[in-house]
Design a binder for this molecule. Structure first.
Ligand code: ACO
Length: 333
């Protein structure tokens, strides 16, 4: 079987920077609290009329340019998002239309913070088996229009930001380089630990004024933060080890870990658990917050742009998020 690789990466973040100080004008919080608990200094918010597919399309065009490919080369689109432009159809179709990729298969992956790793795994299978040559994988989120930006929602609202990034996956030009393995997991019994309950198909009516303005704020994300935090540290370390073991390498062999960006302290604890040094771990949560499906490809993009990620390096992507879901991918870049 041939090996697949990421051939080009692109990104798109809104221009509007929202600092922790800006949030103190909306809710009872402080720059000190947010920085100490999460490592976040600022995040980006869209203008309120930009959908996940709009940013995804910009990121995808850049990824195509970096890969040296025309849009017509793409044979399948996998779009990871928890914040689709509309309830239906999937954002993948809106993106397809914006990119002029009419006729090719396209679908959304709704796996929250693990969305990019899951989507990469899907693309890897398609390319490895020869089903498709080039698959476009996009991670894009517009969180800012769905957050409770009041003191009631402060525990969740301060951590999320908007952003997108995309990767073109295709046959590796070098059989020794590319995606070595992917590892995916989920545990649905924890679904209610981090979720947006409404609007939903099991509710009649699906949406009421009370769901928005009532004390429960059921249309906003709710999270048992400490519970999620503890699981994230354990599962991330576990799934990184799984990827290393599957390839007969150790953490010491790893050149770069690109973890999901949910909380800097989570990533520091995972690094400590695996005995990784700071320079082995890519973190950019300070500038973007948690952009969910976009976090990993955005960090990957920056690692490439800044020259931290070089050909031949062993790199691990690892994610944990709502579901719970978690996963990893090991690549020889
Ligand atoms: N500003 C000031 N105070 C706050 C804020 C805020 N923004 N938010 C909460 N607090 C207060 C709380 O009210 C609480 O006060 P109390 O002690 O008087 O009751 C205190 O700070 C501590 O609150 P905790 O929620 O226990 O704070 P914690 O240290 O756990 O940090 C956080 C919260 C940052 C959300 C953390 O739990 C976390 O990062 N969890 C994991 C997130 C994650 O990994 N998510 C998965 C990916 S996301 C996805 O898949 C979509």
């Amino acid at each position: 079987m041939r090996r697949s690789h990421i051939l080009g990466v692109g990104h798109c973040v809104p221009e509007h920077v929202v600092t922790n100080q800006d949030l103190t004008r909306l809710m009872d919080t402080s720059d000190e609290w947010i920085q100490q608990r999460t490592g976040i200094r600022e995040r980006r918010y869209s203008d309120g009329c930009t959908g996940a597919s709009d940013m995804g399309a910009v990121a995808a065009k850049e990824a195509l340019t970096r890969a040296g490919l025309d849009a017509s080369a793409i044979q399948c689109i996998v779009f990871a998002t928890l914040s689709p432009d509309v309830d239906m159809p999937a954002s993948a179709f809106l993106l397809q239309e914006k990119l002029g990729m009419s006729g090719i298969p396209a679908f959304d992956v709704r796996n929250q913070c693990s969305g990019f790793v899951y989507s990469l795994a899907v693309a890897d299978q398609f390319v490895k088996t020869g089903a498709y040559d080039y698959v476009l994988v996009v991670g894009s989120e517009v969180h800012s229009t769905g957050l409770d930006l009041s003191t009631r929602g402060r525990d969740v609202a301060v951590i999320f930001g908007d952003g997108a990034a995309a990767a073109v996956v295709g046959p590796s030009p070098d059989p020794d380089r590319g995606i070595l393995s992917t590892h995916l997991h989920a545990e649905g019994k924890y679904a209610e630990k981090l979720w947006v309950e409404a609007p939903g198909s099991r509710l009649r009516p699906r949406l009421t004024e009370e769901m928005i303005t009532g004390p429960d704020g059921r249309v906003f994300p709710h999270m048992e933060g400490r519970y999620v935090f503890r699981h994230a540290v354990v599962r991330l370390a576990e799934v990184i080890r799984e990827a290393l073991d599957a390839n007969g390498v150790s953490a010491a062999d790893l050149d770069l870990l690109i973890p999901h960006q949910a909380n800097l302290r989570i990533n520091q604890m995972v690094a400590g658990e695996l005995g990784l040094r700071d320079e082995q771990v890519v973190n950019n949560i300070d500038r973007y917050g948690n952009t969910t499906a976009a976090s990993i490809p955005l960090a990957l993009y920056e690692a490439l742009e800044t020259g931290r990620l070089q050909p031949g390096m062993l790199v691990c992507l690892a994610a944990f998020g709502a579901g719970f879901t978690w996963g990893s991918a090991l690549l020889r870049w």
